[in-house]
Design a protein around this ligand. Sequence first.
Ligand code: ADP
Ligand code: ASP
Ligand code: MG
Length: 466
Amino acid sequence: MRFLMKFGGTSVADADSLSRTVDIIEEHHRAGHELAVVVSAQRGVTDQLIAIAQEIADSRSSATIEPFINSLRLRHMKVLSEVAGDCEGEVGDQMEERLCNLENILNAVHNLRELTPRSLDYIITYGERLNSLVVSAAIRQRGIPSMVMDGCEAGILTTPQHGEAMALPESEGRIRSRVQPLLTEMIPVIMGFMGCTEKGIVTTLGRSGSDYSAAIIGAGIDADEIWIWTDVDGIMTSDPRLIPDARVLPTISYLEVMELSYFGAKVMHPRSIEPAMKKNILVRVKNTFNPTHPGTSIVWHEKRDSRVVKALTYIDKVALINICGAQMIGRPGVAKAIFSALADKEVNVMMISQGSSEANISLIVEESQAGIAIDSLAGLVRQGLIREATANRDVCAVAVVGVGMAGAKGTGGRIFTALGHGGVNVMMISQGSSEVNISFVVTQEDGPKAVRILHDEFRLSEEDDA
Ligand code: ADP
Ligand code: ASP
Ligand code: MG
């Protein structure tokens, strides 16, 4: 079989977890399978890179750069020396070269006091740049040939949107010709999270983007299966950090995972499903720390659960935009004007709801885009198309997901009755036309409570008896 295996930040966070990762790789290699590996940065490193880049672009002093570089060196060299023994010297030199580059770029950002989206993207790929060296060396240490490739060398060609780039269709053929021929000879270790534009400018694919890299590369090499290795046993009925009795789902459909990840379930990147779905590649989510657990399989057609609701998630970094005005009533083109104004400023609208009186339209946008959304609607106020647009940032969006909800009568009633009994006030409701998702908005404080209430209401901790 041919596998694409992606290992997340927690699977490569220290020497112990990295040895487990390499055990898994070695086992599948020795069993005669072909393998390509995608790796993330070590846990927390991307956050640190973003923080230092922002800090030194604003700061009068560059004093924090050197200690930061030293801490990265220490962290990665420690793991390297523990897992890569003989290979250490040669890889150590490559690591020094990368650290020196990073230091130079951070100094340049500081000298210019300018951090462009392009330079930030380049800087934040260094977590993957450093970690891939360590992982590949650890594989070679087990006597298995391996080399490192960055996302661009592997063939991921993207749109130029820094921080949220999307893979272009040409990537598939490029990956096939660059990565696939290597698989009979070695295990390529590919840096996740990044690609490049046609001009060779480095881009990143959004936070948690290594999952997306995995799907793009898995599709490009015609993998039989894509395995996402992480720190939980699979995709669960809710985030286990919020709901300790959340249960692992043995199977889930592509559509359900897309809805969950779109609404903030961190376990997968929202765009990581589509490339696999297009080619009907089975995706499995498995636990590096419990590899014998079967994990979750993501498939096309999911059996309907006896419980209509399968999983719950919530996202708190959102804002509710309320647009109102009696002049909106019965006036064609108002919705068009609103959405055009938002689209012109590249505001992504996550949820929409319109009152039947048409005097009110409510939208959910990312919290970071709330200010831009309000500014972009100010023109419509001046034109008299709407009376006012306001933003409420003290909200979160909860998504209730399950293919079984399609056509099941009374699910909405059950959801909102349970919330009402629990004292949760619902501020906005939206249901996708696919009926796989009912989402609603509550105050930030009520978000976790709403998820807890519905997890109990739909008995999600109990085994499926269908
Ligand atoms: P990785 O470093 O492997 O990419 P992430 O931290 O990005 O790992 O994603 C795994 C985490 O996602 C889990 O530790 C868990 O807390 C969180 N998570 C959120 N929602 C879910 C869910 N529905 N099922 C499983 N994990 C979830
Ligand atoms: N290292 C990147 C991040 O932290 C990508 C990933 O982990 O998938 O967002
Ligand atoms: Mg992740």
